[in-house]
Ligand binder design. Sequence first.
Ligand code: 5GP
Length: 187
Amino acid sequence: MTDESPSRLTSDDHLGRVLLSEEQLAQRIIEIGEQVTEDYAGRRPLLVCVLRGAYAFCTELAFSIDLPVEIDFIAVSSYGSSTRTSGVVRLVKDLDVDLSGRDVILVEDIVDTGLTLRYLRRSLEARGPASLEVCTLLARESADLEGLGVRYVGFTIPGDFVVGFGLDAAERYRNLRYLAVYEPEDH
Ligand code: 5GP
């Protein structure tokens, strides 16, 4: 579908401007995949997908990596159904795979305050991986990416709350192929 206007799936809702089109996302993810392929040549990285927001990104990223990757899933919650972080990160689903000695790439949807990432890093580092890198589709301009040790970033974006391509607002909009700004009722 090339029409990037709010689609029939979501026409009753609060979608603002398209921030990143399907094509822009696809192109950048291919680039990141090529970079990962180069950086991890000869290795077998484990992609740790942070549910639920990173599922779409992780799927596309894995398709773009020309290495024998493995994938596992972890789920955390810090937002509930709100668009504001609760300030408390909770582990909702743990990994099945043992991380010891593995080359782990943590795949995130968006780094905002960095709270989620700090929590996940601590938790995963404690399990003795051979290496741990972070790959995020999006990062806020305000995020301290260096301090948080983020190696791969798709796009840096301003402060608007965004939805689509895996990201939700109260569980909606994850199935959009593009990313749009969310405009709540009281906007
Ligand atoms: P942080 O802990 O870095 O403040 O927030 C990271 C998490 O908050 C992300 O993994 C994501 O689930 C959620 N989040 C932050 N900003 C946005 C946003 O603009 N849209 C959506 N849908 N989720 C966001």
